[in-house]
Design a protein around this ligand. Structure first.
Ligand SMILES: Nc1ncnc2c1ncn2[C@@H]1O[C@H](COP(=O)(O)OP(=O)(O)OP(=O)(O)O)[C@@H](O)[C@H]1O
Length: 220
């Protein structure tokens, strides 16, 4: 049965006098793919940052795996983020002087994983995204699609409970978008949920749920 991973109750976020999110109620469960859509500046990235513990709600409750984190200290949020959350961004954010394989390993070390089997996990994850033959390449020699598949392998190698993506196909042509989208959909698992902020209707169409953000409010 699907478990609730993330539960936002009456969440608001203000920056100074500007109210960016208002009374947001949202529950995300394992096995789900959720698209977040809405006009530019409506608060989508802010919502994703709150879900990923990069930002904190100004008001309301956020329960992550049953633990209240809205008022959690930075250290606890960092620990939870490391152990539970994976991110994929539009701009890939690979380390330029590390190879593809090293980028995935670096992501694992950054998450505090240092087991000997890390190299095997990293290589298996790269093979799973179709990059087994590019493991020793530098990011600059890869296509945009290959770079995003590396970023996805880096995120998945630590087995996140929640995979959060901000415009993951925003820098890709249609062919590379389709392959990254297929991999994202394949990454949804009984013990994992997927959230994608997107302007791309092809992406939203593939997700089970579509959440619309407008004027700081969400509707489904
Ligand atoms: N750190 C911040 N300080 C002040 N204002 C902010 C901050 N972060 C976001 N905002 C404001 O909050 C609003 C929502 O921003 P957000 O990035 O969440 O929108 P978005 O829906 O993701 O937009 P886009 O589709 O253009 O990426 C914007 O008006 C933005 O200027």
């Amino acid at each position: 049965m699907a478990n609730s991973i993330a539960e936002l109750t009456d969440v608001g976020r203000s920056y100074g006098a500007a109210r960016v999110l208002d009374a947001v109620n949202l529950t995300l469960r394992t096995g789900e793919s959720v698209a977040i859509i809405g006009p530019s500046g409506s608060g989508k990235s802010t919502l994703l940052s709150i879900l990923g513990l990069l930002d904190t709600p100004s008001t309301g409750s956020y329960r992550l795996n049953g633990v209240e984190v809205a008022g959690a200290k930075a250290r606890q949020r960092t620990q939870l983020r490391r152990s539970m959350i994976g991110f994929v961004f539009q701009a890939f954010h690979l380390v330029p002087h590390l190879t593809v394989r090293e980028n995935v390993l670096f992501g694992m070390y950054a998450k505090g994983l240092t087991a000997v089997e890390d190299a095997t996990t990293a290589e298996a994850q790269l093979a799973a995204v179709g990059l087994g033959h590019r493991m020793h390449a530098l990011p600059s020699s890869l296509s945009g699609g290959e770079q995003q598949r590396t970023a996805l392998a880096r995120a998945l190698a630590v087995r996140p409970t929640l995979l959060l993506c901000d415009e993951p196909t925003g820098n890709l042509d249609s062919k590379n978008s389709a392959s990254v989208l297929n991999l994202l959909m394949d990454s949804v698992a009984v013990d994992r949920g997927l959230v994608i902020v997107t302007h791309d209707t092809a992406v939203a169409d593939r997700c089970e749920r579509v959440i619309q953000v407008a004027d700081g409010r969400v509707s489904e």
